[in-house]
Design a binder for this molecule. Structure first.
Ligand code: TXE
Length: 501
């Protein structure tokens, strides 16, 4: 009998459905079909592909509530948050790229200065990468793979998705949506299983691997991909700092910290994981943070739509949070609220927790927690704030909070991160025009925005010589014509800079 994954609802611990794990042979068959489907899809051109995306958007607009409930059930996040952070941004991505991609992917002329007077022209054409493999995590099991799938398909690729083994049904749901929009058979497929089938995908000589997940797995994927020189994009999480300057709007910053620290139970790569507050406003800020944290309504979000915070994904993730709290407490941190699991809830819940008296010897300030912990530390000077914020292995996002935008902006420009926001955090993931990705152990490459779309294409330089010169001066034999040509080039470089630079 085929190996199976049993998907469970992490809020109730009830099983939802079982799904067969994909075998290596089945994967290779999927790859073969994807290659065939991709060739026909590429030939359609953007105009031929566009109606599929328009149908998909319309279908999703009609079914967004069902999709959100489905996500909520398998992932444990609040239903409204599933709409806000997963379904709506995904529809927006479809609409954005189906409008914008044509221009982005059209041929781009390259000015080639003097060479154009020799009858030459150059331009870039964007060729689809081919068959793209997407290996995705469980924290945004819909939005993360979905936006990548759309970018890949819009650019003319076929896609194979491997959703996390903790949220396989959401992968299946994505397939249902694309099928409902009539995407061609074999163009988009889903394979199911854990890291073993993920590793097989990396070996399958796909054109590109887009991975979101842990640093450890990212490194394994990059090493395995090197065997075939398969290019990779890695989004590996973060330990994102929030700097609250002394002139920040206290109430807004406290609300912002609580939301960006605890949404999705803190299981967001761009969650606020470290807060640095000017020591002169520390008490007033902390008091507000604790107050807003105390108002968070936690529970099974399908039972009550107005729940703010759902469960975490599994026991392993919960244990990381418990260990970080234990480590911090043993080194002198103080828990102001939370610090344990709610007794009245059955699933993988952990109370939103605020910690103070923390420092960089504690895991909670150095390792990705990926849970509902908000550790707050103080700084004396802005120099110190920048130094602390940049003192991390990660560099995904960061934020600066102040009423003085110019001051905040100049500080923002000194932080090491892929995205730095002023007076907000996380939410730019929902703006498809803006790029997403990081550096250091947060990975490399970008998704979203113009530069994200370009990850899914191969830029091909086409160079045309109109054959005005039958014997090029740079061809053999090197003789008088070569000498004359070089003299002219040097003379022009000196005298006619406008043509040569
Ligand atoms: O990630 P994994 P996990 C961080 C977060 C979390 C930790 C572990 O700190 O606590 O990672 O989470 C597939 N070849 N993030 O264990 O293992 C796997 O099946 C190919 C940050 O869930 O990296 C799943 O589909 N694929 C993050 C995906 O990789 C492999 C999101 C992610 O799993 C594989 C999630 C292999 N050898 C966790 N091994 C973010 N960046 O947002 C596993 N996989």
């Amino acid at each position: 009998m085929a190996e199976q994954i049993v998907s469970i609802n992490p809020s109730t611990l009830n099983p939802i459905e079982s799904i067969n794990v994909t075998t290596r042979e089945e994967l290779l068959e999927v790859v073969k079909k994807a290659r065939q489907a991709q060739a026909a899809w590429e030939v359609l051109g953007f105009d031929g592909r566009k109606p599929f995306f328009d149908r998909l958007s319309a279908y999703m607009l009609d079914h967004y509530e069902d999709i959100a409930k489905f996500i909520s059930r398998e992932n444990g996040k609040p239903y409204l948050e599933a709409i806000l952070a997963e379904v709506y941004p995904s529809i927006d991505v479809v609409n954005y790229y189906s409008k914008r991609a044509k221009k982005l992917l059209s041929d781009k002329k390259i000015p080639i200065r003097i060479f154009k007077f020799m009858g030459k022209k150059s331009y870039i054409m964007y060729k689809p990468a081919g068959v793209v493999g997407i290996i995705s995590p469980w924290n945004y099991p819909f939005a993360i793979p979905f936006s990548e799938i759309i970018m890949a398909l819009v650019a003319g690729n076929a896609v194979i998705l491997k959703p996390s083994e903790l949220t396989p049904l959401i992968g299946k749901k994505i397939k249902e949506l694309l099928d409902a929009a009539g995407f061609p058979e074999g163009l988009f497929s889903v394979v199911y299983g854990d890291g073993r089938i993920g590793a097989e995908m990396v070996k399958a000589q796909l054109s590109k691997i887009i991975f979101t997940g842990s640093v450890a797995t990212g490194k394994k994927i990059m090493a395995a991909a090197a065997e075939n020189l398969t290019p990779v994009v890695l989004e590996l999480g973060g330990k994102d700092p929030m700097i609250v300057l002394k002139d920040a709007d206290l109430d807004m910053s406290a609300r912002g910290a609580v939301w960006a620290g605890f949404m999705n139970s803190g299981q967001t790569c761009a969650s606020v994981e470290r807060v640095y507050v000017d020591e002169s406003i520390r008490d007033a800020f902390v008091e507000r943070v604790v107050d807003y944290t105390g108002r968070i309504r936690q529970g099974d979000t399908l039972e009550n739509e107005s729940t703010d915070m759902g469960s975490m994904i599994d026991q392993r993730q919960l244990s990381i949070v418990e260990n970080h709290v234990k480590d911090a407490s043993s080194k002198g941190a103080k828990i102001l609220t939370g610090g344990n699991r709610p007794q009245d809830l059955k699933g993988y819940f952990y109370k939103p927790t605020v910690l103070v008296d923390v420092d960089h010897t504690m895991q909670v300030m150095t390792d990705e927690t990926f849970g509902p912990l908000l550790p707050i530390m103080t700084f004396k000077t802005e120099e110190e704030a920048v130094r602390l914020a940049n003192d991390s292995r990660y560099a995904l996002t960061a934020s600066v909070w102040s009423k003085d935008i110019t001051r905040a902006e100049s500080l923002a420009r000194r932080l090491i991160a892929g995205t730095v926001t002023v007076n907000d955090h996380i939410m730019t993931y929902g703006i498809p025009e803006t790029p997403w990705g990081g550096s250091k152990e947060s990975g490399f490459g970008r998704t979203h925005a113009d530069m994200g779309l370009l990850e899914f294409v191969e830029p091909v330089h086409i160079h045309i010589d109109r054959a005005w010169l039958k014997n090029k001066p740079w061809w053999y034999p090197y003789d008088k014509k070569t000498v004359l040509f070089l003299k002219v080039m040097f003379w022009m470089t000196r005298k006619m800079k406008f043509l040569m630079s």
